[in-house]
Ligand binder design. Structure first.
Ligand code: GAP
Length: 451
């Protein structure tokens, strides 16, 4: 099925409690969003699945959680204060600011030019200034005295926390190359961008891993992580591999630290866009931090008796961007039991916000105690939702639309036969199971799904 248009997903996300525009009652705030009750569960599940794949199920990667507020010298050493810039143009008439590459790509509609071929303002057609470089980092003040020494930067990536802790982690965890350090966290960038929902926002969550290896093994590990990460999106997020592709960066678009970057791209409603970048960062970061801090960040290989600065392969993923793709990719419209249309969010159960819904057939008091007893039994195993309002058909539709893989229906026969009906989201099949076997029957249908 072709991906739905973005408006459909934005509307479902708001209506069903996944994602809301930030500070909406005040008219919103550009490029900022809030995650609602279902969005926060979906986000947590994607993050946990990434952590399991990248840290828990591997012997060669460990995790950290580094402070966001750091010594500003970190960002000088990393090159961000100097080079983390976007060229921007201002409209001389309406004062709006744009990225000229976004105008050229048609992100605001077809780009308009004057007789000399200069771009015109996509909003009012006015004259644009020459491009000027703007740094994407947000800065703030730490402490009570406001001077140059009190400036701190909100992190624009999680990666530097791993580089500055390379030696702490290596020595405390007695690690030998190759090994990785992983982290998930909020990052901040002062992005100027046309509305594409949560694709590009001011604050967003990243899932990054820095994999330290011998320089002569870097090319092989780069290939390995590209394959591994592509597989993860297909298996865990449920993305059709036909809507994923690998795009190697052209030399002129490489970041200042990279000797080669391959993006995993997704076929968004507006065209191919980056989901994750996998870069060969060489020894750039460890060498830069070594130089600026005066600390030795080299590595001694006991087998070969060589001392060198490790290379780094970095799979850098966007958690919030992946959440957008999970909604886009798994949205389907198909016939229900009666031949009417139903919307189903076919999220893989492992990331679905609610795993099991408990639905008493009627709101009558006679069913409630039994239904609540069953709810209490299930909720100690999985994230559940109890819903007794409206007709059972409408409640199934609601659960389908939020991606709940299983519903458990409690009816009047339950009072007699101590059995309930399990209804599967994707097949709409219904089976009757004794309450005594319910948890086992649900587990068979949710293999490997925790929480
Ligand atoms: N440490 C390397 C790094 O940060 P990046 O390609 O700039 O690399 C990695 O970012 C991922 O973070 C991107 O592939 C994207 O998924 C996500 N990302 C970057 N900027 C974002 C933004 N403004 N809003 C949402 N996600 C963003």
């Amino acid at each position: 099925m072709p991906a739905p248009d973005l408006d459909t997903i934005v509307s479902l996300a708001k209506r069903r409690g996944f994602v809301f525009p930030s500070s909406e009652i005040y008219g919103g705030f550009a490029n900022a969003y809030d995650y609602g009750p279902l969005g926060v569960e979906l986000k947590r599940n994607i993050r946990d699945a990434w952590w399991r794949a990248m840290v828990r199920e591997r012997d060669d990667v460990v995790g950290i959680d580094a402070a966001m507020m750091t010594n500003p010298r970190v960002w000088i050493a990393s090159g961000h204060t100097e080079t983390f810039n976007d060229p921007l143009v201002d409209c001389k008439e309406c004062r709006q600011r744009f990225r000229p590459d976004h105008i050229e790509e048609g992100q605001y509609g077809e780009a308009e030019r004057d007789a000399e071929g200069n771009l015109r303002c996509p909003s009012c057609g006015g004259e644009l200034t020459e491009p000027r470089l703007f740094n994407l980092m947000f800065s703030t003040q730490v402490g009570t005295v406001v001077d140059e020494g009190s400036i701190a930067y909100l992190p624009p990536e999680t990666a530097q926390g791993m580089f500055v802790n390379f030696e702490n982690v290596r020595s405390s965890m007695r690690r030998k190359l190759p090994f990785g350090i992983a982290q998930t966290r909020v990052s901040f960038r002062n992005e100027i961008t046309p509305g594409r929902f949560i694709f590009r926002t001011l604050e967003f969550e990243q899932m990054e891993m820095e994999f330290f290896c011998r320089p002569d093994a870097a090319a092989e590990w780069h290939r390995y992580w590209i394959d591994e990460r592509q597989r993860w999106y297909a298996e865990t997020i449920g993305i059709d591999p036909a809507r994923l592709r690998i795009r190697d960066h052209e030399p002129e678009e490489l970041s200042h630290y990279s000797a080669g970057t391959s993006d995993i791209e997704y076929d968004f409603p507006w065209g191919w866009g980056e989901l994750e970048g996998i870069a060969n960062r060489t020894d750039f970061d460890l060498k830069a931090h070594s130089e600026h801090s005066g600390q030795d960040l080299t590595y001694f290989d006991e087998e070969t008796r060589e001392r060198f600065t490790p290379y780094v392969i970095e799979p850098a993923a966007g958690l919030t961007r992946t959440l957008a793709v999970a909604l886009l990719e798994n949205y389907t419209v198909e016939p229900d039991e009666k031949g009417d249309e139903r919307v189903v969010l076919k999220l893989p159960p492992v990331i679905a916000p609610i795993k099991v819904a408990v639905l008493p057939l009627s709101k009558k008091n006679t069913l409630s105690p039994t239904a609540k007893r069953i709810h209490a039994l299930i909720r100690s195993h999985w994230m559940t939702q109890y819903d007794e309002t409206q007709s059972i058909g409408r409640r199934y539709r609601r659960q389908d639309e939020i991606g709940t893989p299983l519903c458990v229906t409690v009816d009047f026969d339950t009072l007699e036969d101590e059995a309930v009906t399990i209804r599967e989201r994707d097949t709409q099949e219904q089976v009757r199971v004794p309450i005594a076997r319910l948890v086992e029957a649900l587990r068979e249908r949710l293999p490997g799904v925790a929480g």
